[in-house]
Write a protein of this length. Sequence first.
Length: 61
Amino acid sequence: MDIKKILGLVLTLLGIGGLIYAAVLYVNGTGDFKILAVYGVLGAIFFFSGMGLIKRTGASS
């Protein structure tokens, strides 16, 4: 397996985890807006960069 595909998978999973954690904090009402924004934005960045990396490496194979 290519290292770029593994990195893309790890980034995607980290992004999903960050987005889920931000959603759980929001639903429970325990998170401050700054904390929710940081987890949400970082989760989105990791998710979309991982998905882009998987798409780019999948097309070239």
